[in-house]
Design a protein around this ligand. Structure first.
Ligand code: PGA
Length: 302
């Protein structure tokens, strides 16, 4: 017999669900592809596996015999996969991640989902601002860093994994709430509630106003996005924050986004490591997880 694992997997699904259609749905295959796998399987063993009576399909004697083995084979394969993961060190080991304050909103959800898959690992998460992330990378401290833009002056490798829009926020009673495409010049006299010096968000806002040749005045300075949102809610000024910090406030309509000319400011989230750093299997798995899955952990987008 020259059976393939794929044939076995397809056979198991058809036999368990007693239906080619449902098997093809559960395996995300087309129905002809499922029929083809079964046909090849039957040719391999030289006996039919199913018989059709009316609209129903039944296992033949050979089908029943093989079906009795498939659960065992699949169980052994899952065990083998677990052993290989263990050997590669993904099931255990430590992961040191540092993220920009602004990224912490989705990173915690991301880490929780990752930890659920790899429940033997120990994670340390440091949430800090851009300037401090730059220093950490310089000293090669964390395995991986999630930040708005790779730092200058440090040798790093980085990959973009998601868009990050900065939006202007106001309390729901603000007079500009219903205005459309408000000219940027309208905010020349505005004093914005801003993040501390050294924050990536603040740097990006400053660059944006410079490029558009509009003066940007900073009012109260705060080191957390949460505090900025509360200050804007309390009418202490307008704010500009990443849309990824806003889920709750948008849902409950405690804050609104203003429709401002040339907004949102488009940035991108990067996953960053020191050039040449040899990532552990856990860190490599996490990096891949971020690249593949991060988008799923965002509940709000522009
Ligand atoms: P921060 O992060 O504003 O919280 O420092 C965003 C960034 O890295 O750009």
């Amino acid at each position: 017999m020259h059976l393939t694992l794929r044939q076995l997997e397809v056979f198991e699904a058809v036999a368990r669900l007693r239906s080619y259609t449902r098997a093809s749905e559960s395996l995300h295959l087309s129905q002809p592809a499922v029929s083809m796998q079964i046909k090849q399987f039957e040719e391999n063993i030289g006996l039919p596996l199913f018989e059709q009576v009316g609209k129903k399909i039944f296992l033949t004697e050979a089908g029943r015999e093989i079906f009795a083995y498939t659960a065992d084979i699949q169980q052994k394969l899952a065990e083998a996969e677990a052993v290989i993961k263990e050997l590669k060190g993904v099931q255990s080991g430590k992961l040191a991640i540092s993220v920009a304050t602004t990224a912490s909103h989705f990173t915690t959800r991301l880490l929780a989902a990752f930890a659920e898959q790899y429940n033997g690992i120990t994670i340390s998460l440091d949430i800090t601002n851009r300037e401090s992330l730059r220093r950490q990378l310089e000293h090669n401290e964390p395995d991986l860093v999630i930040m708005g833009q790779p730092p200058e002056g440090v040798d790093v490798e980085s990959a973009i994994f998601m868009e990050n829009s900065l939006v202007m926020i106001a309390p729901p009673m603000h007079p500009l709430v219903t205005a459309k495409n408000i000219p940027l010049k309208h905010f020349t006299e505005e004093h914005f509630v801003v993040r501390e010096y050294g924050s990536g968000t603040r740097g990006a806002i400053q660059r944006f106003f410079d490029v558009h040749n509009v003066p940007f005045h900073t009012g109260i300075e705060m080191s957390s996005n949460e505090a900025i949102k509360q200050a804007v809610e309390a009418n202490l000024g307008l704010g500009i924050v990443s849309i990824h910090t806003l889920e709750l406030e948008m849902e409950t309509r405690r804050l609104v986004m203003l429709d401002v000319e040339d907004f949102p400011i488009i940035r991108h989230w990067h996953i960053v490591q020191r050039t040449g750093k040899r990532l552990s299997p856990v860190a490599l798995a996490f990096k891949q997880f971020v690249l593949d899955e991060a988008q799923k952990f965002i509940r709000i987008s522009q």
